[in-house]
Design a protein around this ligand. Structure first.
Ligand code: ADP
Length: 521
């Protein structure tokens, strides 16, 4: 089985968020499981810089390989560079197009989105199919990610396959539509075998553009209809992908259910419900090498589930010291590592922190940056409670590790959370997470109720409603357990640290999905 990943970012070369981690960790794990894997991604300026800095040379150019695609009145041409994903034999194809990708920033410059993003990523999608044709790659699965590459299934289905998925009646009950042009010609067999998987990492970002963008895509205007690419008068790339992909996945089973509802569906719930039979949630994994309290080099003392102490207490004491907080082993230390974005629900933390400090003398450490207003609220708290509240408004991988290890409790009351990584890191470090019962948080955290603690399955605490009241209740109960039920707390820490969130597990689920798709005619 040959799986081709198409992605707009992949670590270590280009990254703006979790998408980049998934798009290198998953291919890597599948490759180590013995699958043939390739990755297609743009050759951004930051990719070139990475190679020059870390390898002393640009990746090998494939001379003579030009990928061309009509984009409106222009013919766009791109080159290809090739490398290998470290530690695997997976091939990475970088699509080189200096006008589109050779600039600073991946999607935007100084916070403003590039106006031609609709073309930049349409070209990436089209180029990945041209790459298959040009190199005669025998691909079985194309796995695309988020709106940036969601047009791949559209191009494949309308221009390259000899028979559209939509008129095969497999799962989509809509009327057939006429095939536009058959650009694949003799290469159709190469494309007919391919199944597509679209992974939605965050439904909020959909790639919505003015309708005139249709003129640039090399697709027929007949596709601009409410049941295909149109969305309230705009073109919507993610929606188009949802309609045309053979299977859709999202990054947790609970989020897969939630996005079919009005509350979480970002106005795509209807289209997603139509595809409910082809939509599954598969939890992301975490890098268990990088996030391993037994070997972590960022933390002052190592520990594991068999020997939590004195390692973890040492981490706490050193963290308190580093932050300028009183070094008090018994004072609960609550941590946050996050972007400051309304999604993350940190307004609840800002709301309740003062009370918990005044009533119980707890300590808070917040690492993050983003939204100004929230930062100001945290700065206010830090000013008012210098012995209890610390804000570090920066991005620091090292400090994030030390918080995961040194805090007693990790706070993540996200309004919505497709998967979330930080709660999984906290579990691994025995730092019990207090989370809102949504998305991936629901799937990874088991509430510390009396019953669950007794059954040995509790590993954190849930708030069931997104409200100050519930946050207060959840924290009260958390602190009660921490102070007065040390045995239960220890038990929960051990349960948390024993959870398996490795990529191996997720990769096997993707593998099963690919196999299922290929077994369909
Ligand atoms: P999201 O991808 O929505 O931001 P996740 O929990 O899935 O949230 O992943 C966030 C990642 O970014 C984690 O690896 C987290 O440790 C990291 N991170 C976020 N903010 C910071 C920060 N200020 N310093 C260091 N790491 C951060």
């Amino acid at each position: 089985m040959h799986i081709l990943f198409v992605t707009s970012e992949a670590t270590p070369w280009s990254k703006t968020g979790g998408l980049a981690d998934v798009c290198s960790a998953l291919p890597k794990t599948l490759s180590l499981l013995g699958r043939k894997v390739s990755i297609v991604t743009p050759y951004y300026r930051c990719v070139r810089d990475w190679f020059l800095k870390n390898r002393g040379a640009e990746p090998e150019a494939m001379y003579g390989v030009t990928l061309s695609a009509p984009m409106g009145k222009n013919e766009c041409r791109g080159g290809v560079r090739k490398a290998t994903l470290d530690g695997t034999n997976a091939t990475v194809y970088f699509i080189e197009h200096n006008d589109f990708y050779g600039r600073e920033g991946i999607y935007n410059y100084q916070g403003v989105d590039y106006a031609d993003n609709f073309q930049r990523f349409a070209f990436l999608s089209r180029a990945s199919l041209e790459l298959i044709r040009r190199l005669s790659l025998e691909v079985d699965i194309i796995h695309v990610n988020d709106w940036q590459t969601a047009l791949v299934p559209v191009y494949l289905d309308t221009l390259y396959r000899s028979r559209s998925r939509l008129d095969s009646g497999i799962s989509f009950g809509r009327v057939a539509y006429p095939k536009i042009t058959d650009v694949a010609g003799d290469d159709a067999p190469l494309f007919d075998r391919i199944k597509t998987v679209l992974t939605i990492h965050n439904l909020r970002h959909q790639g919505r553009f003015w309708r005139g963008a249709m003129d640039s895509l090399g697709l027929d205007w007949s596709l601009f209809s409410y049941d295909k690419m149109e969305f309230y008068g705009q073109v919507n790339y993610l929606k188009s992908g949802v309609v045309f992909a053979d299977a859709i996945t999202t990054v947790s089973p609970q989020y897969a259910q939630e996005i079919q509802t009005k509350f979480f569906g970002e106005r795509l719930q209807g289209v997603l419900r139509e595809r409910a039979n082809d939509l599954v949630g598969i939890l992301n994994g975490i890098d268990t090498e990088e996030w391993n309290p037994a070997k972590d080099e960022y933390i002052p003392a190592n520990y594991d589930v068999e020997h939590i102490y004195p390692g973890k207490s040492e981490c706490k004491a050193r963290l308190q010291e580093e932050l300028g907080l009183p070094v008090e082993p018994k004072t609960p230390l609550l941590g946050v590592v996050s972007r400051f974005d309304p999604q993350k629900g940190l307004d609840l933390v800002a709301e309740v922190a003062g009370n918990f400090i005044e009533q119980y003398g707890v300590q808070f450490v917040i690492l993050g940056s983003g939204e100004r207003e929230l930062g100001d609220r945290f700065r206010g708290l830090a000013y008012r409670y210098p012995r209890n509240f610390v804000l570090r408004d920066t991005f620091s991988v090292a400090l994030s590790h030390r918080i995961e290890a040194g805090a007693d409790v990790f706070l993540m009351p996200s309004r919505y959370e497709p998967c979330g990584l930080n709660q999984m890191y906290s579990l691994r470090y025995g730092t019990l997470p207090v989370v809102h019962n949504v998305g991936g948080l629901h799937d990874t955290v088991v509430n510390g109720s009396e019953e669950n603690i007794r059954a040995g399955i509790a590993n954190g605490f849930l708030l069931y409603c997104f409200s100050v009241d519930d946050m207060t209740k959840a924290l009260n109960w958390t602190l009660e357990c921490y102070r007065h039920r040390p045995d239960d707390w220890q038990k929960m820490m051990r349960t948390a640290m024993s959870c398996d969130h490795s990529w191996q597990k997720s990769a096997l689920e993707y593998d099963a999905l690919y196999n299922k798709l290929l077994s369909k005619i």
